[in-house]
Design a protein around this ligand. Structure first.
Ligand SMILES: Cc1ncc(COP(=O)(O)O)c(C=O)c1O
Length: 443
């Protein structure tokens, strides 16, 4: 007799479930069917395979930090642990714990020179939920959203919001940012402009003049709409990399240049890039209280608030101004060490006649590099597309990069994003040597 009456039943049930799972999936929603897998994840799979084979790869693909290279500040870790030990483990208030909102209010005043009321600050589980809620609060299905390409994830947010995205290609000549003239044809009809500076994937900072003129154009257009009784044109300003700028590059915030844009603007920042804490999941938006209130109500339903211990830990850390500043200069130095090595390496290759162009480091964790190899033959491979160049660099030089195509820029320009959050200085040196040797074989 079977002494464990449940044994056979459990096994059989497991088998049955597996059979169900292997069958035809039920027809999914239009949205689910329209979702595409991430190009970067496919590249990551190629890299994993090479690493498993014991090959050397300089992984410049991920927009993340390797914790051994970029740990979070020790004080931030201590405060988060302290908060969990204190029992800060129940639901946080939906707009964020007051301690953190107050700390963000102070940070916004100190760093950006902007005075926001406490209801103008909303905490979320990273920048993403704030971005998502902004789209959902501002844009109706079918309405138009303008955004530059290359840029990060706007086409996904448009799809989530059922919006009509209008990608506006930007070029190296204009430092990969929009200007007023790019927007002119759409100003009267668009509902939202989504911007990001320093920009993922290019690492470039928008100039003061270009941002000022864009803000002025939005304010003027909204003056017209107010008189005509139309809904305004809104601005999302994603500034998650604002504390990471290099050399003479300076970050500008729309509201400091044109205060009248404040009623139409939601800006966001996060622990993710500022403190290399991508897994901590704390971000915040600043904006008009009436809009943030609605975003907060949404967040209450989808539950993407930041974990309470991390909120409390972040609040306490932000209040330690010297630690925040010390970490900022530490991150800038570490990132700059890697980016400037690449900058110098590519400058030398170009001086030696190799077909490479790049933009010197300005901000974020990225460098834009153009491998001008379309139509050329390297290592006996004829290169016709960005993908050809990307896979050649990976397979022949263990140099892993992401083409701008992955960020919505069509065409085979040869421009690639190099991200330095997951590599050491020595690894960068080795990668550059391999690329140089490979490029020298071109015909
Ligand atoms: C421009 C930009 N905004 C937002 C995010 C996401 O931030 P978080 O991880 O805080 O959701 C990223 C992540 O790569 C990013 O590059």
């Amino acid at each position: 007799m079977d002494t464990n009456p449940g044994a056979g039943v459990t096994d059989e049930a497991t088998v049955n479930i597996a059979e169900f799972l292997a069958g035809e999936p039920a027809p999914l929603s239009e949205y689910a069917r329209s979702i595409e897998g991430s190009t970067i994840l496919q590249i990551a799979a190629d890299i994993r395979e090479m690493l498993e084979r014991g090959e050397r790869v300089l992984n410049l693909t991920v927009g993340d930090f390797r914790p051994d290279q970029f740990p979070i500040p020790a004080r931030l870790a201590d405060f988060c642990v302290e908060a969990i030990r204190e029992g800060q483990t129940n639901y946080p208030p939906v707009p964020g714990v007051m301690e953190l909102r107050e700390a963000v209010q102070e940070l916004t005043r100190e760093e950006l020179g902007l005075n926001y009321p406490i209801d103008g600050i909303l905490v979320g589980g990273g920048a993403r939920p704030i971005l998502y809620a902004s789209y959902m609060a501002l844009v109706d299905p079918g309405e138009t959203v303008l955004y530059p390409v290359p840029s990060w994830n706007n086409h996904h947010y448009c799809r989530l919001a059922r919006a009509t995205g209008i990608p506006l290609p930007v070029t190296a000549e204009k430092n990969f940012h929009l200007d007023r003239a790019d927007l002119e044809p759409y100003l009267k009809t668009a509902r939202l402009l989504a911007m990001n500076s320093p920009l993922n994937p290019t690492g470039t900072c928008i100039s003061r003049d270009a941002l000022f003129e864009i803000c002025e154009a939005i304010v003027a257009e909204n003056e017209r709409r107010r008189t005509a009784g139309e809904r305004p044109l809104f601005l999302i300003y994603d500034q998650v990399y604002n504390s990471l700028t290099f050399g003479d590059a300076r970050h500008w915030t729309p509201m400091e240049l044109v205060p009248e844009i404040a009623p139409y603007t939601i800006a966001m920042d996060a622990v993710s890039k500022r403190f290399s804490g991508t897994g901590i999941r704390v971000g915040w938006g600043i904006g008009p209280p009436a809009i943030l209130k609605k975003m907060s109500q949404m967040a209450g339903h989808y539950g993407a608030w930041a974990p309470r211990p991390e909120q409390v830990g972040t609040a306490r850390f932000l209040r330690e101004r010297e630690s925040v500043l010390a970490h900022r200069s530490h991150m800038r130095n570490e990132l700059h060490a890697r980016l400037s090595l690449l900058d110098e390496g590519f400058t030398a290759m170009r001086a030696a006649g190799l077909p490479i162009e790049h933009i010197a480091p300005q901000g974020a964790i990225y460098l834009s590099v153009r491998f001008d190899l379309i139509g050329k033959t390297v290592a006996d491979k004829r290169l016709l597309t960005n993908e050809d160049i990307r896979s050649l660099l990976l397979s022949e030089a263990g140099f892993a990069v992401v083409p701008f195509e992955a960020f919505g820029l069509e065409g085979n320009s040869g421009w690639m994003r190099l991200s330095v959050g997951a590599v050491s200085v020595d690894e960068v040196r080795g990668g550059l040597d391999r690329v140089k040797a490979l490029m020298e074989t071109r015909t």
